[in-house]
Design a protein around this ligand. Structure first.
Ligand code: ARG
Length: 653
């Protein structure tokens, strides 16, 4: 590789970035003042922040770190790029509004990065210059491409704090139950969990993705009993997940009257042990007992069910581009660990025997809302709770994680509070502090709208088909799409995902196939369409991505003549924000943070097409290339955002 002035202007190093900035007339980057949160090599807005903090430090006579922290991002472009709520500078003396007016009056004139600000009450809104945006942002995006928005530095812990090198997070998600329906809760966990894994990965963490299958418990006793009555080897080989569901449903129907009888007795305060000592109750319990005792035959049957199911799950997750590092599950928890947990609970005096079961009465331990939980059942078998607590200890040993995230429906809020509290009661508050339950609300009416659909594959098939129908309605376009079925499948999946990730996680939302597959509104197909349209602009101009990348590299000021256009500048301003948006998402773990941003970008884009035209103008090749570069930059940001969310952008549609 030859060294020339261009590579000295690389935005990828501090020296190069400094040279680029000084090239358009700024002072050297004020990095000497120790702003640990500033990542000028990952987030372009941070470049503006460090310069602005420097100005503020001088204007207000405060500490650089305080000035830096006071700078906020504006909520809309119309309110500026950054804003300083003056009270955040905690200055004594003058009223904030007067101080703000002073800052505006004394702001350095002709700054290369900032326009002269006007005070707005106690806020000082800051607009960056089009001059700087035009020269900085495209090279910044083009030199990073797929890495724009990522930040390998964030996950690197402070070595002095005992975290040498990369930090490790376990993300546990999806976690369906074998022989049971893959319900909306599992769908959301899968979508949100994959996003969270991608996000941590992109921020330099070592991510371990775990699928904690519901593959143990009395229901497996019942399934085995059902298998003896209704099982078919042929069906199992053909459609294992469906067949197991079916067997379970049939035996469960026979079991229901017994369960009802027991429930009634319990509600009336009668003893249920007699009822549960006969019939399917007894068969189920004794089978599960055999499993827990390690009986070879019982375990072998269970293992077959488990292995076949995992094999099928893997192929369905592939459709979503999801892989797991570990298929663990409730069954994988060692009894020795379970015993350790129980021993500690006894030692700490929090484990109580009650009517043959072992319980924790959280009310006695400063956690009234957690009430009482059964930890080991009356028949002597482990519970979901006991297995989960033991699994934490095992994962700590195996992975030495810095953080572990459970992506599970908010229906299990109380449950996870209990898991964490049990660890505290065991004297492991340190461990509990590293755990986080990332919850989410319900999907209303998914099963009723999809009919008799109980598996992930079926959900994806149905939305793919619905998408195919919608695409077919536009015959001309449809004819141009190569392999429309495959495209419909991918776009259908984006439809489901975007609908799921549009709102805050905790919100419930209605499952609405017509709406999610529509090209109108903020939907997955619309997002895909925006991305595909950007591709087609390049295609029509006869340009490749390489042509454009080279042009940006050779003509860093290419957008010079374009930056007097509002639309062009606003697109650059939005593009500059993307790495800030991913940083926010890492804090709140809300996919909607990314999605809301992508739709803002998409809307800005659709209002720009008429104004910023690539082909069909007589403004010459340089202008064409500069505009094409702008669109290609936006496309790159869209692609990065979509992939972060787990959506595969299609080239054409
Ligand atoms: N299999 C469980 C269910 O379907 C979800 C498991 C959540 N994870 C956990 N560690 N408990 O409800």
């Amino acid at each position: 590789m030859h060294i020339d002035t261009r590579s000295k202007m690389s935005t990828l190093t501090l020296d190069g970035l400094g040279a680029l900035l000084q090239g358009f007339g700024t002072n050297p980057i004020p990095t000497a003042q120790g702003l640990p949160d500033a990542c000028v090599l990952s987030r372009p807005v941070d470049i503006y922040r460090v310069y602005l903090a420097d100005i503020l430090t001088k204007l207000a006579g405060c500490e650089p770190a305080l000035a830096y922290d006071a700078i906020q991002t504006s909520s809309t472009l119309a309110n500026g790029d950054l804003t300083i709520p003056v009270p955040r500078l905690r200055l004594k003396g003058k009223k904030p509004a007067d101080q703000c007016a002073d800052f505006a009056a004394n702001f350095p004139a002709d700054h290369r990065l900032f326009q002269m600000p006007n005070a707005a009450g106690i806020h000082l809104p800051i607009f960056v210059t089009s001059h700087s945006l035009g020269r900085l942002i495209l090279p910044y995006v083009f030199q990073r491409q797929n890495s724009y928005g990522k930040n390998p530095h964030v996950g690197l812990g402070d070595p002095s704090a005992g975290h040498p090198g990369r930090r490790r997070v376990i993300v546990e998600f999806s976690s369906p139950n074998i022989a049971k329906e893959f319900h909306a809760g599992h769908l959301r966990s899968t979508i949100i969990g994959a996003f969270i894994s991608n996000l941590y990965e992109s921020m330099g963490w070592d991510v371990i993705k775990v699928n904690y299958l519901g593959d143990w418990g009395k229901q497996f006793g019942l399934l085995a009993v059902g298998w003896q009555r209704f099982g078919s080897e042929e069906e199992l080989a053909r459609e294992p997940l469906k067949h197991l569901l079916d067997v379970y449903a049939r035996i469960n129907a026979l079991f229901k009257p017994e369960q009802d009888e027991s429930k009634k007795a319990r509600d009336e305060g009668r003893d249920t042990s007699e009822i549960e000592s006969r019939g399917l109750f007894a068969e189920r319990n004794s089978y599960f007992r055999r499993m827990e005792d390690g009986d070879a035959e019982a375990v072998a049957l269970w293992r077959r069910f488990r292995d076949i199911s995992i094999e099928r799950y893997i192929s369905t997750y592939t459709r979503l581009n999801i892989t797991f590092d570990e298929y663990s599950g409730e069954s994988q928890v060692q009894s020795s660990t379970v015993e350790t947990v129980e021993r500690i609970l006894k030692e700490k005096g929090v484990y109580e025997e009650h009517n043959g079961s072992w319980i924790i009465d959280f009310k006695k331990h400063n956690a009234k809302a957690l009430d009482i939980a059964v930890v080991r059942g009356r028949t002597g078998t482990t519970t979901y709770l006991l297995r989960d607590v033991a699994a934490v200890l095992e994962r700590e040993n195996k992975y030495a994680f810095d953080k572990m995230i459970y992506v599970v429906s908010s229906e299990q809020d109380l449950y996870f509070q209990r898991v964490f509290k049990v660890l505290e009661l065991m004297g492991r508050a340190d461990l509990a502090a590293r755990l986080q339950h990332v919850n989410f609300g319900k999907v209303i009416g998914m099963s009723s709208r999809l009919g008799n659909v109980k598996l992930l594959g079926d959900i994806l098939d149905q939305t793919g088909e619905a998408m195919h129908e919608v695409m077919r309605r536009n015959a001309t376009k449809y004819a141009q799409v190569p392999d429309p079925e495959a495209v419909a499948d991918v776009v259908g999946i984006s439809a489901v995902m975007v609908q799921d990730m549009s709102g805050k996680r905790v919100n419930n939302y209605p499952f609405d196939i017509a709406r999610m597959t529509s090209f109108e509104g903020d939907t997955g197909p619309y997002l895909q369409y925006c991305h595909a349209r950007l591709n087609s602009i390049l295609r029509k101009a006869g340009l490749t991505r390489d042509d454009i990348a080279k042009h940006v590299e050779d003509h860093p000021t290419a957008l010079e003549t374009e930056t007097d256009k509002r639309h062009c500048i606003d697109l650059l301003r939005l593009m500059a924000q993307y790495p800030d948006v991913t940083a926010t998402a890492l804090r709140n773990l809300e996919p909607s943070t990314i999605l809301t941003y992508l739709f803002r970008l998409a809307h800005q884009l659709s209002s720009s097409y008429d104004v910023i035209q690539v082909t069909g103008t007589n403004e010459g090749r340089d202008v064409m290339l500069a505009r094409a570069a702008l669109y290609e930059g936006v496309r790159q940001v869209l692609e990065n955002g979509m992939k972060l969310l787990g959506i595969t952008p299609v080239e054409r549609m």
